[in-house]
Design a protein around this ligand. Structure first.
Ligand code: SF4
Length: 411
């Protein structure tokens, strides 16, 4: 007789008769196809003790021997004669990520429900007098990531007092993203920035580089130095205009965010970064409806990508019961509505949130189809994919492209 011991840093994911064994310490893994004998062993490994007594007859099974050599070669456990031990050892059961019975809602602690918030994005207005060189990006990229949302035909802006009341209600230490339209044309921008100075939160102002051309109020330029600024840059790029505007932000903590639609944009942004020795930047792919090939080549996830990320067991469990892309995030739009993402219906109005904030957050946590919770293990075809708990979470890209699996693994 033998003992098989599998270490507690190993996780499994089971889809039909296939099981992925995953070592959270070094990302080594293998896939096992279950037969009757193996099924029994797996049940025991995931129930009370991951030390399982193995009868000699099972060891005669070729599939079982392959399983044992995988476990030992990938440092996931060992197989040893019982006589070697004084008594049966205990090893905590290994985590079965496909077991829905293990599901507990760790976010639902009523007293601390607002502490689930971690990032709030506020669109102060939705208009601008700037003539953007890339109108589509300026008016549509907000659906994919933090970017300007221009709709000059249906202008609106928030009331500064209500914005400040809203911010006052939220926990300290969450990040605030401040966006527009053109935030520099928000009527009360200096009042808002003055007031924001007293908060310890991380506050990021997102400003399109072309919006900076018209700024000539020295007081505002001085105020900007107190915040993190993301300068939004799209193509075609007016390099002179960008360089000139960056000079205005000397000694300001800024990051350039390049919106790239194809390889040419990507190369141009690389050249700009190299030539100006830019140290803080981001290059964000923008789906414009015509660049699926660019996305297939550069954004779609491959099996190689999946195993490049190191996850702890806690992170894997969180990935399975929530969606880290959206969890903890709210958007306050310039029309006064709150969203968890622009692909979902409004959660409520700002006024209702001020009165019932706990109820609104609680709904996002308990509703399994909310943006905060819904993730790949629950949706087709990813729910049949053995890698679903290791994959990147569902994001706005899947929604804008209209395909749940942006990967090269499943067609
Ligand atoms: S099928 Fe879904 S879960 Fe699997 S690799 Fe593709 S995107 Fe990820």
């Amino acid at each position: 007789m033998y003992y098989l011991i599998v270490y507690s840093f190993v996780c499994i994911n089971q889809i039909d008769s296939k099981i992925l064994f995953y070592n959270t310490l070094d990302q080594s893994h293998f896939i096992l196809i279950l037969n009757k004998g193996l099924r029994k062993v797996i049940n025991m490994l995931t129930s009370e003790n991951a030390c399982v007594e193995i009868p000699f007859e099972l060891y005669k099974d070729k599939e079982f021997r392959n399983f044992i050599s995988n476990i030992e070669n990938k440092n996931m456990g060992f197989f040893e004669k019982i006589s070697y031990f004084k008594e049966k050892p205990f090893s905590p059961p290994i985590c079965d990520l496909s077991n829905q019975n293990n599901e507990i809602n760790i976010f639902n602690r009523p007293k601390y429900i607002l502490n689930n918030l971690r990032e709030v994005t506020i669109y102060l207005n939705n208009s601008s007098t700037t003539k953007y060189s890339n109108n589509k990006a300026a008016s549509e990229a907000y659906k994919q990531f933090d970017y300007t949302r221009i709709n000059n035909d249906n202008k609106n802006e928030l009331d500064v007092k209500r914005v400040l009341t809203f911010i006052e209600l939220l926990p300290q230490l969450i990040t605030f993203n401040i966006l527009g339209g053109n935030i520099l044309q928000f009527r009360y921008i200096s009042k808002l920035l003055d007031n924001l100075l007293k908060y310890k939160n991380r506050i990021v102002l997102h400003i399109h580089y072309q919006d900076l051309s018209k700024i000539n109020d020295n007081y505002i330029i001085e105020l900007l130095k107190n915040f993190n600024i993301n300068i939004l840059v799209d193509f075609p790029l007016n390099i002179e205009e960008l360089q000139k505007n960056l000079l205005k932000l000397k000694s300001t903590n800024y990051k350039l965010v390049f919106l790239v639609e194809n390889n040419i944009d990507f190369e141009k942004s690389e050249n700009f970064i190299d030539n100006l020795n830019i140290s803080s930047y981001n290059q964000v792919p923008f789906f414009n409806g015509r660049n699926l090939t660019f996305f297939r080549r550069n954004v779609f996830i491959t099996k190689y990508d999946i195993f490049q990320v190191k996850y702890s067991i806690v992170e894997l469990l969180i990935n399975r019961i929530s969606n880290p892309t959206y969890f903890g995030k709210l958007i306050l739009n310039s029309d006064g509505n709150l969203y968890s993402s622009f692909y979902s219906e409004p959660l409520d109005t700002l006024d209702c949130f001020i009165k019932n904030k706990e109820i609104i957050i609680n709904k996002l946590i308990i509703d399994k189809s909310s943006d905060w919770i819904l993730n790949k293990p629950q949706i087709s075809p990813c729910n049949k994919c053995i890698y679903n708990f290791l994959c990147t979470p569902l994001s706005n890209y899947e929604k804008v492209i209209g395909k749940n699996n942006l990967c090269t693994l499943v067609k």
